[in-house]
Design a binder for this molecule. Structure first.
Ligand code: SAH
Length: 344
């Protein structure tokens, strides 16, 4: 069965023509998939019955099935999707004032090995396809009332997006397209552990997605302990690649810093970080550690958090503390999948 969401407009058009259909059918079909929120081929009433029957026999809109749908009091929705091979991933819808943000996954698991993150505890099983990435967006979009669409995307779910750019980019192409979801690239944030060569590929692409780089430590010694892939990369190479991205796109960079109590939240870390970021037009997003069952890290004390932020602000760094949403439904970082797997 063909997963229609994996096909580009050209591929879809070629398929239709190979079935003896007129090329303009591609617009109708895409409008049902991306605009009119079709759940099945039967509702595509402006397509000939014969084409609908062929689509039913040979293609599918959805590849996965939603095995769990949780809703939190703050309006956050979390979906756990299972693919035909049994692998599961998570995606989240976060309504926030006028914004409706989708947080999506790019891999089953993750190979980066960040020691405080639930997604990578069992390594990576496989990359998601572009259709599977797009399916998350469309399923979250369909949770919104008629006429209300997703406004933002953060690629901050399971996996390392820059390790699966070949699948991510076509999915984001659909997200940006007027005939897709129509979301501007500046409202699409790609969060990365910092893979310089892939950052350079984004720089060359020149689309201007918002890039967020996960730093988590101001020195290579500490960063390699928290983010093992750092050993072969190093902060200098990451910051240089981020700088090239900034120079080419003029998008403000964001650095993320998960604050782990007693580990990377000391005044000396704040001072080192301030030196590292001085003179950069960057936003520092401080994220208090969200406890992962089975891991021994601590959320920073309110006092440590305050001091950390204060020292950076005094040094002129633009800091924001990220508010947590969806905690009660395990909407953070690969946690739902783990909890359900543990109970399976
Ligand atoms: N691989 C990408 C996207 C992953 S998740 C990256 O590394 O950026 C997005 C953010 O959530 C990352 O900054 C990641 O470090 C952070 N994160 C992971 N586990 C966390 C936890 N337990 N508490 C708080 N933030 C966490």
């Amino acid at each position: 069965m063909l997963h229609l969401l994996s096909l580009t407009t050209e591929e879809l058009s070629t398929w239709l023509v190979s079935q003896g259909e007129a090329p303009f059918r591609v617009q109708q079909l895409e409008s049902w998939l991306y605009q009119r929120r079709a759940e099945s081929f039967d509702c595509m009433t402006d397509l000939p019955t014969s084409l609908r029957a062929r689509l039913r026999d040979t293609c599918r809109i959805w590849s996965g099935s939603v095995v769990e749908h949780r809703t939190a009091a703050d309006g956050t929705h979390k979906l756990l999707i299972e693919w035909p091979d049994g692998h599961r991933i998570e995606c989240v819808l976060i309504p926030d004032g006028p914004r409706r943000t989708a947080c999506i996954s790019t891999q089953v698991g993750c190979a980066m090995g960040c020691v405080f993150c639930a997604s990578g505890l069992d390594g990576v099983a496989r990359n998601l396809t572009s259709g599977e990435i797009l399916e998350q967006l469309l399923r979250l979009d369909r949770l919104l009332p008629a006429g209300v669409r997703l406004s933002n995307i953060v690629v901050m779910g399971m996996g390392e997006p820059l390790a699966n750019l070949d699948a991510l980019l076509p999915a984001l192409e659909r997200a940006r397209s007027k005939r897709g979801l129509g979301i501007s690239p500046r409202k699409i944030t790609i969060s990365t552990v910092g893979l310089p060569r892939a950052i350079d590929r984004l720089t060359e692409l020149g689309i201007g997605y918002h890039l967020a780089v996960s730093l988590h430590a101001p020195t290579d010694e500490l960063r390699t302990r928290l983010v093992p892939v750092n050993r072969a990369i190093g902060l200098d190479a990451i910051l240089a690649a981020a700088e090239r991205y900034f120079n080419a796109t003029h998008r403000r960079l964001t650095f993320e810093y998960v604050l782990l109590g007693g580990v990377n939240d000391q005044p000396e870390h704040a001072r080192q970080l301030a030196r590292l970021l001085s003179g950069k037009a960057a936003l520092l997003n401080v994220i208090p550690y969200n406890p992962v069952p089975g891991l021994e890290y601590q959320t920073p004390t309110p006092r440590a958090l305050r001091t950390f932020v204060e020292l950076l602000r005094q040094a002129g760094v633009n800091v924001q503390v990220r508010v947590r949403k969806g905690d009660q439904i395990d909407a953070a970082c690969g946690q739902l999948r783990r909890r359900l797997a543990a109970h399976a």
